[in-house]
Design a protein around this ligand. Structure first.
Ligand SMILES: *[C@@H]1O[C@H](CO)[C@@H](O)[C@H](O)[C@H]1NC(C)=O
Length: 243
């Protein structure tokens, strides 16, 4: 009895030491919604999706285009919203047909479909099914080139307690570039425009849609952050995005 117990404890210890700690995992479906490299693929254009701001943006709304990587993964948006700092920037390992991904995938955005319906459903439903949402290129690689054909694929995933992208500093840890270098011309950064007689006091860091423009409150004045591309509109009220 005693030796059995000791052996079991030893095994547990070994597993714990070998595995990265997992903060969340699940099974469901992988889909795609953007691609900053293959903007036109699979009979569609991702140009407006690429301009959408991601949920993990901190003070400055960052669009997929600005983040300039296809490794951003969107997860259950209710789960993400419940504790952004727990998930944002954390590495994701995805398994398709028993094969684990070795790409530097990380949580950066919220997925509405992934939050709707039963978290244990194994039936595909475009209106609600558990899973993750990827760039087209990444889903295509995960599925051995069938992303376009099937649109959604059975996956399982683990979110590891390993941060590989720092949204707070606006980039990965190896990038010290200020936001100035990579800021699209549609964004107003630095010096908030001197209030030209307009006194629309707002609460700092609040966000809103103003027509087709995403605005952030800086120094008590609304500033343009992203203009939604033609064909997309600003949605989401205080948590705006272009879609
Ligand atoms: C999404 O996350 C919420 C909050 O954690 C959970 O209650 C819900 O079941 C999840 N939905 C799916 C489809 O996984």
């Amino acid at each position: 009895m005693k030796s059995q117990y000791t052996a079991a404890a030893g095994l547990l210890f070994a597993l714990g030491a070998a595995a990265d700690s997992t903060i969340a995992s699940g099974e469901g479906f992988g889909t795609y919604y953007y691609d900053i490299k293959q903007v036109d693929a699979c009979g569609t254009s991702f140009s407006s999706q690429n301009q959408g701001g991601v949920m993990c943006s901190s003070e400055t709304l960052q669009s997929l285009d600005m983040l300039n990587t296809n490794y951003i993964v969107a997860m259950n948006n209710s789960q993400l919203r419940s504790d952004p700092s727990k998930y944002c920037g954390k590495k994701v390992v995805v398994t398709v047909n028993g094969k684990k991904s070795d790409m530097p995938l990380f949580i950066g955005d919220g997925c509405e479909r992934c939050a709707t319906g039963s978290s244990t459903s194994d039936t595909w439903n475009a209106q609600g099914a558990p899973g993750l949402d990827f760039s087209y290129s990444v889903l295509d690689e995960l599925t051995g080139g069938s992303a376009c054909e099937t649109g959604h694929s059975a996956i399982s995933w683990e979110i590891l307690d390993e941060s590989i992208h720092d949204f707070a500093s606006g980039g990965s840890s190896d990038s010290t570039e200020s936001s100035q270098g990579s800021t699209p011309t549609t964004l107003v950064t630095s010096a908030a425009p001197a209030a030209t007689g307009e006194s629309s006091a707002c609460e700092n860091n609040a966000w809103q849609c103003n027509g087709n423009v995403i605005e952030q409150c800086v120094n008590s004045a609304w500033n343009t952050r992203v203009s939604c591309a033609a064909g997309s509109t600003c949605k989401g009220d205080s948590n705006p995005y272009c879609a």
